[in-house]
Design a protein around this ligand. Structure first.
Ligand code: LHQ
Length: 259
């Protein structure tokens, strides 16, 4: 049987992508990286998809690069990161739809970066985040040095990267790295509840909000406000904006269609 390292399930606007190599804690091989990028591209194109959930099969979320497939040897690490990881992380960030990580277990190395690149994180009580890179003499990659200091501050980012100890979910939530922590048995239902709510939201406005939040991480206030104003023009022309105002005036919940 052909291996399917990324499972795809689409239900009522929510696309759930499951990393599916549980025997190696969903370590990323070439095929998984390709399938994940392909799935994200399809999610971007498919207007029926209004929110993406990313999770892992079995007891882990993702253990990062498959160290049996690619480690040491003669091949270029830079080339590997550029061709396998940067496209995936960039696509999650550029996807103008909410992306929710349902972190079911350990997220290590580039697997932690995958979780950090998502817009929101729901974690099970058993989950943890591990900057495993230093353990094998590598540098945090796939966005870890971008997301971590922004989420937890520079001092904690140094500690996590240098000491490479697992950060348990409850502590990750306390630091602001995780949005919700729930018992393992409730993880998918909680993540899907959040995702269904987002999938019923103003998709275009969410997409533009994501653009503004990322772009304005490195802007001056005036510049940031001007960018918001420009995006507001686009949001202001959507069907969902008209519906939102109409629903407010009629004192009823809005029925957003994602356009
Ligand atoms: C694995 C892996 C794995 C293969 C568990 N590979 N088999 C970019 C550019 C180029 C090259 C390098 O990398 C990168 C980016 C990166 O992601 S670097 C970081 C790579 N990831 C790691 O260093 C994490 C390695 N894994 C671990 O440290 C542990 O497995 C953790 C702490 C995640 C979980 O520990 P345990 O719960 O004790 O599980 P385990 O270690 O017993 O793993 C279970 C199985 O999964 C085991 O296989 P086995 O045949 O013995 O049952 C592991 O070998 C396998 N596995 N991670 N990354």
């Amino acid at each position: 049987m052909e291996e399917t390292p990324v499972l795809w399930e689409h239900e009522a606007g929510v696309l759930t992508l499951t990393l599916n190599r549980p025997e190696v804690l969903n370590a990323v091989n070439d095929r998984m990286a390709e399938q994940l990028l392909d799935a994200l591209r399809r999610a971007e194109r498919d207007s029926e998809v209004r929110c993406v959930v990313l999770t892992g099969a079995g007891r882990a979320f993702c253990a990062g690069q498959d160290l049996r497939e690619r480690a040491g040897g003669e091949f270029s690490y830079a080339q590997h990161v550029r061709s396998r990881y940067i496209p995936v992380i960039s696509k999650i960030q550029a996807l103008e739809k909410p992306v929710v990580a349902a972190v079911n277990g350990v997220a290590a190395g580039a697997g932690a970066s995958l979780a950090l690149a998502c817009d929101l994180r729901v974690a099970s009580e058993e989950a943890s985040f591990l900057q495993a890179f230093a353990r094998i003499g590598l540098v945090p990659d796939s966005g870890a040095t971008y997301f971590l200091p922004r989420m937890v501050g520079l001092a904690k980012a140094f500690e996590l990267c240098y000491l490479a100890e697992p950060l348990p979910a409850t502590e990750a939530a306390r630091l602001g790295l995780v949005n919700w922590v729930v018992p393992g048995a409730e993880l998918l239902s909680k993540a899907k509840e959040v995702a269904r709510r987002l999938a019923a939201g103003p998709t275009r406005a969410y997409g533009l909000t994501k653009r503004a939040l990322y772009r304005n991480l490195r802007a001056e206030l005036l510049d940031a406000m001007d960018y918001e104003a420009m995006l507001q023009d686009a949001a202001g022309r959507t069907e969902d904006h008209r519906e939102g105002v109409q629903a407010f005036l009629e004192k009823r919940p809005p029925n957003f269609v994602g356009r």
